[in-house]
Design a protein around this ligand. Sequence first.
Ligand SMILES: *Cc1c(COP(=O)(O)O)cnc(C)c1O
Length: 397
Amino acid sequence: MLIERKFPLDKPIRDSYLPYGRQWVDEDDIQSVIKILKGDYLTTGPAVGEFEQEIASYVGAKYAVAFSNGTAALHGACFAAGIGEGDEVITTPMTFAASSNCVLYQGAKPVFADIDFNTYNIDPQKVEELINDNTKAIIPVHFTGQPVALDEIHILAKKHSLVVIEDAAHALGATYKGKNVGSLSDMTMFSFHPVKHITSGEGGIITTNNEEYYQKLLQFRSHGITREPDKLIENHGPWYYEMQFLGFNYRMTDIQAALGTSQLRKIDKFIDLRKKFASMYNEAFKDINEIQIPYQDQSGSSSWHLYIIRLNLEKLLGSRKKVFEALLNENIGVNVHYIPVHLLPYYSQLGYQRGICPNAEKLYEEIITLPLFPAMTEEDVNDVIAAVNKVINNYRK
Ligand SMILES: *Cc1c(COP(=O)(O)O)cnc(C)c1O
Protein backbone atom coordinates (compact mmCIF):
# COMPACT_ATOMS: atom_id res chain seq x y z
CA MET A 1 0.00 0.00 0.00
CA LEU A 2 1.45 3.31 -1.04
CA ILE A 3 0.22 6.35 0.80
CA GLU A 4 1.05 9.72 -0.72
CA ARG A 5 3.08 12.18 1.27
CA LYS A 6 0.82 15.01 2.19
CA PHE A 7 2.55 17.48 4.44
CA PRO A 8 6.18 18.06 3.52
CA LEU A 9 7.55 19.88 6.57
CA ASP A 10 11.30 19.78 6.24
CA LYS A 11 13.96 17.66 4.60
CA PRO A 12 12.95 14.04 5.08
CA ILE A 13 15.38 11.46 6.53
CA ARG A 14 15.12 9.55 3.24
CA ASP A 15 14.93 10.83 -0.33
CA SER A 16 13.21 7.71 -1.56
CA TYR A 17 10.19 5.88 -0.17
CA LEU A 18 10.92 2.70 1.80
CA PRO A 19 7.95 0.29 1.69
CA TYR A 20 6.94 -1.73 4.78
CA GLY A 21 7.42 -5.00 2.95
CA ARG A 22 8.71 -6.14 -0.40
CA GLN A 23 9.68 -9.38 -2.14
CA TRP A 24 13.25 -10.50 -2.82
CA VAL A 25 13.43 -12.02 -6.29
CA ASP A 26 16.83 -12.82 -7.77
CA GLU A 27 18.25 -14.45 -10.90
CA ASP A 28 17.68 -18.03 -9.60
CA ASP A 29 14.00 -17.30 -9.18
CA ILE A 30 13.74 -15.77 -12.64
CA GLN A 31 15.48 -18.75 -14.27
CA SER A 32 13.15 -21.19 -12.44
CA VAL A 33 10.12 -19.43 -13.85
CA ILE A 34 11.58 -19.19 -17.37
CA LYS A 35 12.17 -22.94 -17.33
CA ILE A 36 8.47 -23.49 -16.68
CA LEU A 37 7.45 -21.05 -19.41
CA LYS A 38 9.52 -23.05 -21.90
CA GLY A 39 8.14 -26.41 -20.73
CA ASP A 40 4.97 -28.44 -21.16
CA TYR A 41 2.91 -27.35 -18.16
CA LEU A 42 1.86 -23.88 -17.18
CA THR A 43 -0.94 -24.63 -14.77
CA THR A 44 -0.95 -27.40 -12.16
CA GLY A 45 1.76 -29.83 -13.25
CA PRO A 46 4.83 -31.42 -11.69
CA ALA A 47 6.20 -28.16 -10.26
CA VAL A 48 3.16 -27.85 -7.95
CA GLY A 49 3.76 -31.36 -6.59
CA GLU A 50 7.41 -30.57 -6.06
CA PHE A 51 6.61 -27.33 -4.22
CA GLU A 52 4.10 -29.18 -2.02
CA GLN A 53 6.71 -31.77 -1.10
CA GLU A 54 9.34 -29.14 -0.35
CA ILE A 55 6.99 -27.20 1.94
CA ALA A 56 5.76 -30.36 3.68
CA SER A 57 9.30 -31.46 4.33
CA TYR A 58 10.40 -27.98 5.48
CA VAL A 59 7.67 -27.79 8.14
CA GLY A 60 7.70 -31.51 8.92
CA ALA A 61 4.14 -32.31 7.82
CA LYS A 62 3.01 -35.41 5.93
CA TYR A 63 0.98 -33.60 3.28
CA ALA A 64 0.71 -30.19 1.66
CA VAL A 65 -1.88 -28.91 -0.83
CA ALA A 66 -1.10 -25.72 -2.73
CA PHE A 67 -3.78 -23.18 -3.61
CA SER A 68 -4.03 -20.10 -5.84
CA ASN A 69 -3.70 -17.91 -2.72
CA GLY A 70 -3.75 -18.14 1.06
CA THR A 71 -7.38 -17.09 1.33
CA ALA A 72 -8.46 -19.92 -0.99
CA ALA A 73 -6.35 -22.28 1.12
CA LEU A 74 -8.18 -21.17 4.28
CA HIS A 75 -11.49 -21.69 2.49
CA GLY A 76 -10.36 -25.20 1.56
CA ALA A 77 -9.38 -25.93 5.16
CA CYS A 78 -12.79 -24.81 6.42
CA PHE A 79 -14.45 -27.07 3.84
CA ALA A 80 -12.24 -30.05 4.73
CA ALA A 81 -12.97 -29.51 8.43
CA GLY A 82 -16.68 -29.83 7.63
CA ILE A 83 -17.50 -26.29 8.75
CA GLY A 84 -20.95 -25.28 7.55
CA GLU A 85 -24.22 -23.57 8.38
CA GLY A 86 -24.98 -23.39 12.09
CA ASP A 87 -21.34 -23.79 13.07
CA GLU A 88 -19.29 -21.24 14.95
CA VAL A 89 -15.56 -20.76 14.49
CA ILE A 90 -13.46 -18.79 16.96
CA THR A 91 -10.70 -16.54 15.67
CA THR A 92 -8.91 -13.30 16.50
CA PRO A 93 -9.96 -9.83 15.35
CA MET A 94 -6.28 -8.74 15.12
CA THR A 95 -5.76 -10.21 11.66
CA PHE A 96 -6.42 -9.79 7.98
CA ALA A 97 -10.08 -10.28 7.04
CA ALA A 98 -9.31 -13.58 5.26
CA SER A 99 -8.95 -15.39 8.63
CA SER A 100 -12.68 -15.01 9.25
CA ASN A 101 -13.99 -14.51 5.69
CA CYS A 102 -13.22 -18.19 5.06
CA VAL A 103 -15.74 -19.06 7.78
CA LEU A 104 -18.38 -16.86 6.13
CA TYR A 105 -17.70 -18.51 2.75
CA GLN A 106 -18.85 -21.78 4.33
CA GLY A 107 -22.03 -20.22 5.70
CA ALA A 108 -20.78 -20.44 9.29
CA LYS A 109 -20.35 -17.76 11.94
CA PRO A 110 -16.99 -16.27 12.95
CA VAL A 111 -16.75 -15.50 16.67
CA PHE A 112 -14.02 -13.08 17.76
CA ALA A 113 -12.02 -13.81 20.89
CA ASP A 114 -9.99 -10.91 22.27
CA ILE A 115 -6.20 -10.80 22.25
CA ASP A 116 -3.57 -11.06 24.94
CA PHE A 117 -2.11 -7.61 25.55
CA ASN A 118 1.47 -8.87 25.65
CA THR A 119 1.71 -11.07 22.57
CA TYR A 120 -1.21 -9.50 20.65
CA ASN A 121 -2.23 -13.09 19.87
CA ILE A 122 -5.60 -14.67 20.62
CA ASP A 123 -6.07 -15.28 24.35
CA PRO A 124 -6.87 -18.97 25.04
CA GLN A 125 -8.88 -17.99 28.12
CA LYS A 126 -11.11 -15.76 25.99
CA VAL A 127 -11.46 -18.60 23.50
CA GLU A 128 -12.65 -20.94 26.25
CA GLU A 129 -15.32 -18.46 27.38
CA LEU A 130 -16.78 -18.43 23.87
CA ILE A 131 -16.98 -22.19 23.27
CA ASN A 132 -20.51 -23.62 23.09
CA ASP A 133 -22.30 -26.55 21.45
CA ASN A 134 -22.12 -24.88 18.02
CA THR A 135 -18.38 -24.30 18.13
CA LYS A 136 -16.68 -26.38 15.47
CA ALA A 137 -13.17 -25.00 15.06
CA ILE A 138 -10.57 -22.47 16.17
CA ILE A 139 -8.50 -20.44 13.71
CA PRO A 140 -5.59 -18.98 15.69
CA VAL A 141 -3.31 -16.53 13.86
CA HIS A 142 0.42 -16.32 14.60
CA PHE A 143 0.29 -12.55 14.51
CA THR A 144 3.52 -10.90 13.23
CA GLY A 145 5.12 -14.39 13.16
CA GLN A 146 5.03 -14.94 16.93
CA PRO A 147 3.53 -18.37 17.67
CA VAL A 148 0.18 -18.53 19.43
CA ALA A 149 -0.08 -20.39 22.79
CA LEU A 150 -0.73 -23.64 20.92
CA ASP A 151 -0.61 -25.99 23.92
CA GLU A 152 -3.51 -24.14 25.54
CA ILE A 153 -5.43 -24.04 22.25
CA HIS A 154 -4.90 -27.78 21.70
CA ILE A 155 -6.12 -28.63 25.21
CA LEU A 156 -9.36 -26.73 24.51
CA ALA A 157 -9.70 -28.34 21.09
CA LYS A 158 -9.30 -31.81 22.52
CA LYS A 159 -11.70 -31.20 25.39
CA HIS A 160 -14.42 -29.87 23.06
CA SER A 161 -13.62 -31.88 19.87
CA LEU A 162 -12.71 -28.82 17.83
CA VAL A 163 -10.66 -28.64 14.66
CA VAL A 164 -7.65 -26.31 14.81
CA ILE A 165 -6.69 -24.50 11.60
CA GLU A 166 -3.63 -22.32 12.12
CA ASP A 167 -3.44 -19.16 10.06
CA ALA A 168 0.34 -19.11 9.71
CA ALA A 169 0.43 -16.53 6.91
CA HIS A 170 2.96 -14.63 9.07
CA ALA A 171 4.79 -17.61 10.46
CA LEU A 172 6.67 -19.69 7.88
CA GLY A 173 9.85 -20.68 9.71
CA ALA A 174 8.53 -19.94 13.21
CA THR A 175 8.85 -22.58 15.93
CA TYR A 176 6.74 -23.36 18.99
CA LYS A 177 8.51 -25.17 21.84
CA GLY A 178 11.21 -26.18 19.39
CA LYS A 179 8.80 -27.60 16.78
CA ASN A 180 8.07 -26.10 13.39
CA VAL A 181 4.81 -24.30 12.88
CA GLY A 182 3.00 -26.27 10.15
CA SER A 183 3.13 -29.72 11.73
CA LEU A 184 1.33 -29.11 15.00
CA SER A 185 -2.42 -28.76 14.37
CA ASP A 186 -5.07 -30.37 12.16
CA MET A 187 -4.26 -27.98 9.33
CA THR A 188 -1.98 -24.98 8.87
CA MET A 189 -2.16 -22.30 6.18
CA PHE A 190 0.80 -20.39 4.75
CA SER A 191 0.53 -17.50 2.28
CA PHE A 192 3.01 -16.63 -0.46
CA HIS A 193 1.84 -13.09 -1.13
CA PRO A 194 4.88 -10.89 -1.98
CA VAL A 195 5.08 -9.29 1.49
CA LYS A 196 5.23 -12.71 3.21
CA HIS A 197 8.38 -14.75 3.97
CA ILE A 198 8.61 -16.31 0.52
CA THR A 199 6.49 -15.51 -2.51
CA SER A 200 4.94 -17.28 -5.47
CA GLY A 201 3.31 -14.07 -6.73
CA GLU A 202 -0.02 -15.14 -5.30
CA GLY A 203 -0.21 -18.46 -3.54
CA GLY A 204 -1.09 -20.39 -0.43
CA ILE A 205 -0.82 -23.88 1.01
CA ILE A 206 -2.35 -26.11 3.65
CA THR A 207 -0.09 -28.52 5.51
CA THR A 208 -1.61 -31.45 7.40
CA ASN A 209 -0.81 -34.89 8.78
CA ASN A 210 -4.37 -36.10 8.17
CA GLU A 211 -4.98 -38.08 4.99
CA GLU A 212 -8.71 -37.46 4.92
CA TYR A 213 -8.21 -33.69 5.01
CA TYR A 214 -5.51 -34.05 2.36
CA GLN A 215 -7.83 -35.85 -0.05
CA LYS A 216 -10.66 -33.37 0.50
CA LEU A 217 -8.35 -30.40 -0.04
CA LEU A 218 -7.08 -31.82 -3.34
CA GLN A 219 -10.59 -32.31 -4.65
CA PHE A 220 -11.90 -29.00 -3.31
CA ARG A 221 -9.28 -26.93 -5.15
CA SER A 222 -10.32 -28.51 -8.44
CA HIS A 223 -14.14 -28.11 -8.66
CA GLY A 224 -14.84 -31.11 -6.44
CA ILE A 225 -13.69 -33.32 -9.32
CA THR A 226 -11.81 -36.60 -8.97
CA ARG A 227 -10.40 -39.07 -11.48
CA GLU A 228 -9.06 -41.52 -8.94
CA PRO A 229 -10.50 -44.97 -9.81
CA ASP A 230 -11.03 -46.06 -6.21
CA LYS A 231 -13.05 -42.92 -5.44
CA LEU A 232 -15.40 -43.08 -8.46
CA ILE A 233 -19.04 -44.09 -8.05
CA GLU A 234 -19.25 -45.24 -11.69
CA ASN A 235 -16.54 -45.63 -14.30
CA HIS A 236 -17.34 -45.17 -17.99
CA GLY A 237 -13.75 -45.46 -19.22
CA PRO A 238 -10.35 -43.80 -19.28
CA TRP A 239 -11.84 -40.30 -19.94
CA TYR A 240 -14.16 -40.50 -16.99
CA TYR A 241 -14.19 -38.14 -14.01
CA GLU A 242 -16.75 -37.28 -11.40
CA MET A 243 -17.66 -34.02 -9.74
CA GLN A 244 -18.74 -35.22 -6.33
CA PHE A 245 -19.25 -31.95 -4.48
CA LEU A 246 -19.19 -28.25 -5.27
CA GLY A 247 -15.54 -27.22 -5.24
CA PHE A 248 -13.71 -24.27 -6.78
CA ASN A 249 -10.96 -23.62 -9.26
CA TYR A 250 -8.35 -22.73 -6.66
CA ARG A 251 -5.37 -24.39 -8.32
CA MET A 252 -1.86 -23.03 -8.15
CA THR A 253 0.03 -22.77 -11.46
CA ASP A 254 3.41 -24.35 -12.16
CA ILE A 255 4.70 -20.82 -12.75
CA GLN A 256 3.85 -19.87 -9.17
CA ALA A 257 5.09 -23.16 -7.74
CA ALA A 258 8.49 -22.94 -9.45
CA LEU A 259 8.96 -19.45 -8.03
CA GLY A 260 7.89 -20.72 -4.60
CA THR A 261 10.33 -23.65 -4.65
CA SER A 262 13.18 -21.39 -5.69
CA GLN A 263 12.28 -18.92 -2.94
CA LEU A 264 12.12 -21.66 -0.30
CA ARG A 265 15.82 -22.37 -0.87
CA LYS A 266 16.53 -18.92 0.56
CA ILE A 267 14.21 -19.11 3.57
CA ASP A 268 16.97 -19.45 6.20
CA LYS A 269 18.72 -16.36 4.90
CA PHE A 270 15.41 -14.46 4.71
CA ILE A 271 14.53 -15.28 8.32
CA ASP A 272 18.04 -14.52 9.62
CA LEU A 273 17.86 -11.07 8.03
CA ARG A 274 14.38 -10.41 9.45
CA LYS A 275 15.62 -11.42 12.91
CA LYS A 276 18.72 -9.26 12.59
CA PHE A 277 16.76 -6.16 11.56
CA ALA A 278 14.18 -6.76 14.30
CA SER A 279 16.94 -6.89 16.91
CA MET A 280 18.42 -3.66 15.55
CA TYR A 281 15.01 -2.04 16.08
CA ASN A 282 14.66 -3.61 19.54
CA GLU A 283 18.05 -2.35 20.58
CA ALA A 284 17.39 1.16 19.26
CA PHE A 285 13.93 1.55 20.80
CA LYS A 286 14.15 -0.38 24.06
CA ASP A 287 14.92 2.70 26.18
CA ILE A 288 12.44 5.07 24.55
CA ASN A 289 9.57 5.44 27.01
CA GLU A 290 7.13 6.65 24.38
CA ILE A 291 7.42 3.36 22.49
CA GLN A 292 6.79 -0.23 23.47
CA ILE A 293 8.78 -2.79 21.48
CA PRO A 294 7.21 -6.16 20.63
CA TYR A 295 7.09 -8.57 23.57
CA GLN A 296 8.50 -11.98 22.71
CA ASP A 297 7.11 -15.00 24.53
CA GLN A 298 9.76 -17.61 25.35
CA SER A 299 7.56 -20.53 24.26
CA GLY A 300 8.17 -19.77 20.62
CA SER A 301 10.58 -18.26 18.15
CA SER A 302 9.06 -15.65 15.84
CA SER A 303 9.85 -15.58 12.15
CA TRP A 304 9.26 -11.80 12.27
CA HIS A 305 6.83 -11.07 9.48
CA LEU A 306 5.97 -7.67 10.99
CA TYR A 307 7.69 -5.28 13.36
CA ILE A 308 5.08 -3.30 15.27
CA ILE A 309 5.74 -0.49 17.72
CA ARG A 310 3.10 0.47 20.24
CA LEU A 311 2.88 4.13 21.17
CA ASN A 312 2.52 5.23 24.75
CA LEU A 313 0.05 7.96 23.81
CA GLU A 314 -0.06 9.43 27.32
CA LYS A 315 3.56 10.47 26.90
CA LEU A 316 3.04 12.00 23.45
CA LEU A 317 1.56 15.28 22.27
CA GLY A 318 0.41 13.88 18.95
CA SER A 319 -2.05 11.12 18.17
CA ARG A 320 -1.09 7.87 16.42
CA LYS A 321 -2.30 9.50 13.19
CA LYS A 322 0.07 12.45 13.67
CA VAL A 323 3.04 10.17 14.37
CA PHE A 324 2.10 7.98 11.39
CA GLU A 325 1.86 10.96 9.03
CA ALA A 326 5.13 12.36 10.33
CA LEU A 327 6.88 9.04 9.58
CA LEU A 328 5.38 9.04 6.08
CA ASN A 329 6.82 12.52 5.64
CA GLU A 330 10.23 11.03 6.39
CA ASN A 331 9.56 8.64 3.48
CA ILE A 332 9.17 5.67 5.80
CA GLY A 333 6.48 3.29 4.53
CA VAL A 334 4.64 2.73 7.77
CA ASN A 335 1.42 0.76 7.99
CA VAL A 336 -1.16 -0.39 10.53
CA HIS A 337 -1.80 -4.11 11.08
CA TYR A 338 -4.70 -4.42 11.51
CA ILE A 339 -8.02 -2.66 11.72
CA PRO A 340 -9.80 -5.19 13.97
CA VAL A 341 -11.90 -7.31 11.62
CA HIS A 342 -15.15 -6.94 13.58
CA LEU A 343 -14.97 -3.16 13.05
CA LEU A 344 -14.91 -3.42 9.24
CA PRO A 345 -18.19 -2.16 7.72
CA TYR A 346 -19.21 -5.54 6.31
CA TYR A 347 -18.82 -7.14 9.73
CA SER A 348 -20.63 -4.24 11.44
CA GLN A 349 -23.55 -4.81 9.07
CA LEU A 350 -23.56 -8.46 10.12
CA GLY A 351 -24.08 -7.25 13.69
CA TYR A 352 -20.59 -7.35 15.22
CA GLN A 353 -20.29 -4.46 17.64
CA ARG A 354 -17.53 -2.26 18.93
CA GLY A 355 -16.71 -3.31 22.48
CA ILE A 356 -16.65 -7.10 21.97
CA CYS A 357 -12.83 -7.16 21.89
CA PRO A 358 -11.61 -4.19 23.95
CA ASN A 359 -7.92 -5.18 23.95
CA ALA A 360 -7.79 -5.43 20.16
CA GLU A 361 -9.70 -2.17 19.81
CA LYS A 362 -7.33 -0.36 22.17
CA LEU A 363 -4.24 -1.84 20.56
CA TYR A 364 -5.45 -0.73 17.14
CA GLU A 365 -5.34 2.91 18.31
CA GLU A 366 -1.69 2.63 19.39
CA ILE A 367 0.21 0.63 16.78
CA ILE A 368 2.40 1.40 13.81
CA THR A 369 4.10 -1.19 11.61
CA LEU A 370 7.66 -0.30 10.59
CA PRO A 371 9.35 -1.59 7.41
CA LEU A 372 10.78 -5.09 7.79
CA PHE A 373 11.84 -7.30 4.90
CA PRO A 374 15.00 -9.20 3.97
CA ALA A 375 15.75 -7.07 0.91
CA MET A 376 16.20 -3.93 3.00
CA THR A 377 19.70 -2.88 4.01
CA GLU A 378 21.16 -1.99 7.40
CA GLU A 379 21.22 1.57 6.11
CA ASP A 380 17.45 1.37 5.52
CA VAL A 381 16.98 0.07 9.07
CA ASN A 382 19.06 2.95 10.41
CA ASP A 383 16.95 5.43 8.40
CA VAL A 384 13.82 4.04 10.05
CA ILE A 385 15.45 4.31 13.47
CA ALA A 386 16.53 7.90 12.79
CA ALA A 387 13.06 8.80 11.55
CA VAL A 388 11.35 7.27 14.60
CA ASN A 389 13.75 9.12 16.90
CA LYS A 390 13.16 12.39 15.09
CA VAL A 391 9.38 12.08 15.15
CA ILE A 392 9.18 10.91 18.77
CA ASN A 393 11.46 13.74 19.86
CA ASN A 394 9.10 16.12 18.07
CA TYR A 395 5.98 14.83 19.79
CA ARG A 396 7.46 14.09 23.22
CA LYS A 397 5.49 15.85 25.99
C1 LIG B 1 -1.74 -12.61 3.88
C2 LIG B 1 -2.70 -13.15 4.87
C3 LIG B 1 -3.76 -14.02 4.54
C4 LIG B 1 -4.21 -14.31 3.15
O1 LIG B 1 -3.27 -14.65 2.26
P1 LIG B 1 -3.43 -14.33 0.70
O2 LIG B 1 -2.39 -15.23 0.12
O3 LIG B 1 -3.11 -12.86 0.51
O4 LIG B 1 -4.79 -14.68 0.27
C5 LIG B 1 -4.51 -14.57 5.56
N1 LIG B 1 -4.27 -14.28 6.83
C6 LIG B 1 -3.29 -13.43 7.21
C7 LIG B 1 -3.08 -13.16 8.65
C8 LIG B 1 -2.49 -12.82 6.23
O5 LIG B 1 -1.54 -11.97 6.62
